[in-house]
Design a protein around this ligand. Structure first.
Ligand code: CDP
Length: 237
């Protein structure tokens, strides 16, 4: 039994369950889980609160000027057994998941300076390995040398349905059509933006989970992590 650790980088389209997989894998191996999307969401919430976004247009220069004042952390919540996202000391975990943030996060995430600041934080979090991070550019930009890279996807309709079920279960009044449109629009922006567009790293494994249960996915991913751990055994001489 070895106790060396690896970095697991999970990228893919919006709402395809990356975080669910990442969380479960992290728990299984005792690794830290970092939801990099939560960081872009927290920056977006900051921008909304400071009136830096109007009708989908972000005041980039002002937001960039504010970056040194934006502090993002994850703190473990023992009650929920998961980490919550904090923006300048305030727990914003619920607010960053709501529609106003979802609708404005993609343009914020296209700003190169915002990305550079987030990537720096993310790399710091992974410096001792033992981390599972999910996002759009984790295997390509944040940890290009990650031992295991996954690219997760599913059809836009299935992803919209899953998001719809999730929000409806929380009692939020949402429409399927609106969510599907949001999913498609985010795919488009994420894949065509200039700064770190969403793309599969050459050495990433594809996981299309359109027709897979959570359990099936978890078994598959755990298998891949175990293989990777065997393959990347450090020199013991
Ligand atoms: O819930 P969903 O998977 O769609 O998104 P998320 O992981 O919470 O991320 C929210 C948004 O942040 C995405 O739509 C991307 O535009 C952006 N993002 C990014 O650009 N780079 C990352 N590493 C993570 C998220």
């Amino acid at each position: 039994m070895t106790n060396h650790k690896i970095i697991v980088a999970i990228d893919g389209h919006s709402s395809c369950g990356k975080s669910t997989i990442a969380k479960a894998v992290a728990a299984r191996f005792g690794y830290a889980f970092i939801d990099s999307g939560a960081m872009y969401r927290a920056v977006t919430l900051f921008a909304l609160r400071h009136q830096l976004i109007s009708e989908g247009t972000v005041n980039e220069q002002m937001l960039i000027g504010f970056l040194p004042e934006i502090q993002i952390e994850f703190r473990y919540n023992p009650e929920k057994q998961k980490s919550d996202t904090y923006l300048n000391g305030e727990n914003v975990e619920d607010e960053i998941r709501q529609l106003p943030v979802s609708q404005n996060v993609s343009p914020v995430a296209t700003i190169a300076e915002v990305r550079a600041a987030m990537v720096r934080l993310q790399q710091e979090m992974g410096k001792n390995k033992g981390i599972v991070m999910d996002g759009r550019d984790i295997g390509t930009v944040v940890f290009p040398k990650a031992e295991l890279k996954l690219f997760v996807t599913a059809s836009a309709e299935i992803r919209a349905q899953r998001r719809f079920d999730e929000l409806t279960a929380k009692g939020e009044p949402v429409s399927y059509a609106e969510i599907l449109q949001n999913v498609q629009e985010r795919d488009r922006i994420d894949s065509t933006r200039e700064a770190s567009p969403l793309r599969k790293a050459d050495d990433a494994l594809i996981l299309d989970n359109s027709n897979m249960t959570r359990e099936e996915q978890l078994v598959w991913v755990i298998g891949k992590v175990e293989e990777s751990l065997k393959f990347h055994v450090p020199d013991s001489k």
